[in-house]
Design a protein around this ligand. Structure first.
Ligand code: BDR
Ligand code: CA
Length: 349
């Protein structure tokens, strides 16, 4: 079993990462923190709570709201891809202002909200007391994780690994070379990359292979369906959950088509982090030196991956070392088996 803390900015694909984190059998989800990113921080926190409710997560899994802005740069949201509130077009979620959504935020004994850093620190301390280490997964800008590294260096021994979706090897999606999550808070990412903890980066080179095709969309709506040719209409949703996920995929497919020209379907970027934690054998990885461009005129937010090992780095995971495993490829069929299995398990709760 892997003990996981999940930091997210939901976000359509973040929502699928939450679904996997809750319903993957060998993952024990300890808690969720949220960050500015795809939408403003108040929206992403509410969205995480809406997802926990819609995905029948056990009641002890709570939302811990985190950073509302990056360390240095102004906040940058992405309504073009995710809609103004981060989960545009998704039907069947509880309303953001419903009492059960607010009740999903973590509270201390006095009724005050427990925020991201405190929640993460408590989870790592409690796990350590039980002889366990925590995998901290990030699917948005890394401000909360950088603050955790800076504020709690003594707790880093209790972190098994940082796993993050972000960056690209020689490619970007929000500039020619910068991927969105890294571009939002590049300084935070460099702080995390310099931390003496194992790291795995899932870049867009790999996430762009996890496409929800019409064939997979059909199976999502109704298990066992197969479209014989691309022109058939999609089946009716077998359950409310499947309807919700179908509206999520359709909205994301439309924005990925209009913004990036993805014609076959949208990539489920963020869900790959949980797939990696659960089944690392689905990925090929290679350990490299990775830094972030912090000052370039055209390249700020680029992940600089030393693929030819130009720098002489030691074997540590921190500042002087080959600091990061970089995912190179994915067993796409294996990933979608895991994804559809989680949907079925969620359906039968
Ligand atoms: C990343 O940016 C966001 O749009 C997604 O949620 C994902 O985390 C992909 O570049
Ligand atoms: Ca995200």
């Amino acid at each position: 079993t892997k003990y996981v803390w999940l930091d997210v900015d939901p976000g359509h694909d973040d929502a699928t990462a939450i679904l996997l984190a809750v319903h993957t059998p060998n993952i024990h989800l300890l808690g969720i923190s949220t960050t500015h990113g795809n939408a403003p921080a108040d929206c992403t926190a509410l969205n995480a709570a809406r997802c926990l409710l819609a995905f029948a997560a056990p009641n002890h899994i709570r939302v811990h709201p985190g950073a509302s802005k990056p360390l240095l740069r102004p906040a940058k949201h992405d309504p073009e891809i995710h809609g103004p509130d981060g989960l545009g077009g998704v039907e069947g979620l509880p309303a953001a202002d419903s009492p059960e959504v607010l009740a999903r935020f973590a509270q201390d004994d006095s009724g005050a909200t427990v925020r991201a850093l405190d929640g993460m620190a408590r989870a790592v301390k409690e796990a350590a007391a039980a002889g366990r280490r925590v995998t901290i997964v990030s699917t948005g800008p890394m401000t909360n994780i950088a603050l955790f590294v800076a504020v709690y260096p003594d707790l880093l021994e209790g972190v098994e690994e940082f796993v993050f979706m972000g960056g690209g090897v020689g490619m970007g999606n929000r500039s020619a070379v910068a991927e969105y999550n890294i571009m939002c808070d590049p300084h935070a990412v460099q702080i995390v990359l310099d931390a003496p903890v194992k790291k795995t980066m899932i870049p867009i080179n790999v996430t762009h292979t996890a496409i929800v095709t019409r064939q997979i969309h059909a199976q999502l709506l109704s298990p066992g369906t197969s479209l014989d040719n691309g022109t058939e209409s999609l089946p009716e949703p077998a359950t409310n959950l499947r309807h919700t996920l179908s509206t999520l995929i359709s909205f994301f497919a439309d924005t990925y088509k209009s913004t990036f020209g993805f014609n076959d379907g949208p990539p489920l970027h963020d869900a790959l982090t949980i797939a990696y934690v659960s089944q690392p054998e689905l990925f090929q990885t290679s350990r490299k030196r990775v830094d972030v461009e912090l000052g370039g005129t055209h390249t700020v937010g680029e992940t600089v991956v030393d693929i030819w090992n130009y720098q002489s780095c030691d074997d540590t995971w921190g500042a002087g070392g080959k600091n990061c495993q970089v995912a190179q490829s994915l067993d796409v069929a294996g990933f979608f088996d895991l994804f559809l299995g989680c949907v079925s398990r969620c359906d039968s709760v």
